[in-house]
Ligand binder design. Structure first.
Ligand code: CA
Length: 247
């Protein structure tokens, strides 16, 4: 092989590799939607600095170690519940394919959860705040629910911040996406950290194919819970989940 032939082959191979990367990368990149200016991605340098300077991030690592993508468009609450139950090391009652006690977005359902809300209904329309709370409460945890309409901005900030400073309990938030500048309807995900200086919370969005984890300012996030869910005709809000007797 001459030197010229070698470089021709090398360039050809490099070009094909680059092309194959583009073919596979573009669709994946295109799936995530752009963020509005008021939101900061955790993947950005600014977002990572906010996390480094957070003084209430005890929940971040336990949640990250259990971070899952919602299995379908209506399973944001199911995925969020699975993350929290696994982070609390609550034993699953139905064995999973991988481990006897591990929760999945399949084995979380059982006779008790069917009584609260049938899986078929969740698959069709997702869950309201009360249904999410009641589904999680079928397991050996304590659950406390706050509707956005029942707590003011300061209470909202204080309740979540206190929880985020303790790694033995967790917060799920039910909010309206378009109220924080995202597309589009009601959504549920865990909150993982609070940055005091900027007064922002970090949402670990379980629609990982759609948005990265984002920092949202407290007032915007509180307002997004103070919106009416058309199914319940009540506002959205937050759910705190703890092991028994720790609330
Ligand atoms: Ca906590």
């Amino acid at each position: 092989m001459t030197l010229i032939t070698f470089f021709k082959n090398f360039l050809s191979t490099s070009f094909l590799l680059a092309l194959s990367w583009l073919v596979t990368a573009i669709p994946l990149q295109a799936q995530r939607l752009p963020l509005s200016e008021n939101l900061t991605s955790l993947l950005s340098p600014e977002g990572q600095t906010l996390l480094q300077n957070s003084k209430a991030q005890a929940d971040y690592i336990p949640l990250m170690s259990q971070f899952v993508t919602q299995a379908n468009g209506a399973f944001c609450g199911v995925a969020s519940a699975v993350m929290v139950l696994n982070a609390l090391e609550i034993p699953a009652t139905v064995p999973s394919p991988w481990a006897q006690r591990y929760f999945t977005q399949d084995n979380i359902f059982n006779e008790k959860t069917e009584e609260v809300i049938p899986r078929s209904v969740i698959t069709r329309q997702g869950m309201t705040l009360a249904q999410l709370s009641d589904l999680i409460a079928t397991y050996t945890v304590e659950v406390k629910t706050f509707y956005g309409s029942d707590i003011n901005l300061d209470q909202f900030r204080q309740i979540i911040r206190e929880n985020l400073a303790n790694d033995n309990n967790f917060v799920l938030i039910n909010y309206l996406r378009r109220a924080i500048g995202q597309k589009r309807g009601g959504h549920i995900s865990p909150i993982a950290a609070y940055n005091e200086e900027s007064d922002q919370f970090l949402i670990l969005d379980v629609s990982r194919y759609k948005y990265p984890p984002v920092w949202v300012d407290t007032e915007t996030l509180w307002a997004s819970t103070n919106t009416i869910d058309q199914v319940s005709q009540k506002t959205r809000g937050i759910v705190l989940i703890s092991p028994p007797s720790l609330l």
